[in-house]
Design a protein around this ligand. Structure first.
Ligand code: NAD
Length: 281
């Protein structure tokens, strides 16, 4: 039976520390503020935005929500971002993705001031992640690394396999594992003989977006399995990209869904917001 890597508990500890840090910053006259933009009425996005606002409230960070109708034009959204870039009460800006199809996602990402880019999606921040000299790390990969560290797992020299190559999760995840001296293999939808690769992993990260995609027979005995996936398979049922029941019999440690990587992502967003407040002060 695998050890559960409980992101919910670790993230609660981190948020307590960040709450103290925010209070200290306020005594120095720094008042962190996060602008959260949501365009349209996607229910999953609404849940994520609400959770982010709740975390801000808990940590003492001011949150400012900009809920825009789905008909909002790209020009209108860019104008709002420009205003927020120049607003001293806003330390960090995030635009909840996905945006409606008529808006180019990359144009929005490019418009956010890199010093306020708490999601770390701007090309400047992406470049910094490549060199290893970064201020902001994308929240989900950062959360995974923090959970790995907190669980006493050493990445150095380990075979790390990341399934998924998105800009948000897979690619930065691979880079962070590489910076910690893991030997990293990135797999994706064109990878041949996937199970052969995943079975070599000491640390396996699944970020695919397909429910229960990685099964126990694809996992090496004693591996650490990090499940980034969040898939809603029924109105009240979330599952990951890893089939938990078969995986936990083989793995040494595994993240549950929910309660694993998800809460860590939000804690890292709070951390990035405090960092942005320091940088922009
Ligand atoms: P994405 O759709 O952008 O990328 C999915 C990746 O999976 C792609 O790179 C693709 O090549 C790969 N893939 C697809 N089919 C495959 C196959 N058959 N074999 C191997 N690889 C395959 O998704 P994303 O934004 O990276 O998100 C991945 C998952 O993580 C989703 O379930 C998403 O909801 C979840 N997610 C969770 C958090 C969190 O906080 N826990 C944050 C972001 C995303």
């Amino acid at each position: 039976m695998a050890i559960l890597l409980k992101g919910k508990e670790v993230s609660a500890r981190i948020k307590d520390e960040l709450k103290e840090e925010t209070a200290k910053m306020k005594t120095r006259g720094i008042n962190p503020g996060l602008a959260v933009i949501i365009v349209g009425d996607d229910p999953a996005s609404r849940v994520y935005v609400n959770n982010k606002k709740k975390a801000c409230e808990y940590c003492g960070i001011n949150s400012y929500e900009y809920a825009l109708p789905k008909e909002t034009t790209e020009a209108e959204l860019l104008k709002l971002i420009d205003e927020l870039n120049n607003d001293p009460k806003i330390s960090g800006i995030l635009c909840q993705l996905p945006v409606p199809k008529h808006i180019k996602e990359q144009s929005i990402i490019n418009a956010i001031n890199p010093n306020k880019d708490v999601d770390a999606f701007h090309p400047v921040n992406v470049g910094k992640i490549m060199t290893g000299d970064y201020d902001f790390v994308p929240c989900t990969p950062a959360g995974v690394m923090e959970l790995i560290k907190e669980s006493g797992i050493d990445v150095n020299g380990k075979e790390c396999v990341v399934v998924g190559r998105s800009n948000i999760v897979g690619k930065p995840m691979s880079m962070l594992l590489l910076h910690k001296n893991g030997t990293v293999t990135i797999c994706h939808s064109h990878t041949k003989n996937l199970a052969e690769k995943t079975k070599k992993a000491d640390i396996l990260v699944a970020a695919v977006g397909i429910p229960n995609f990685i099964t126990g027979d694809m996992i090496k005995e004693g591996a650490v399995v990090i499940d980034v996936g969040i898939n809603r398979i029924a109105p009240k049922k979330l599952v990951g990209d890893v089939e938990f029941e078969s995986a936990e019999k083989v793995a040494a440690a595994i993240t549950p869904v929910p309660g694993g990587v998800g809460p860590m992502t939000i804690a890292m967003l709070m951390k990035n917001t405090l960092k942005a407040a320091e940088i922009n002060n």
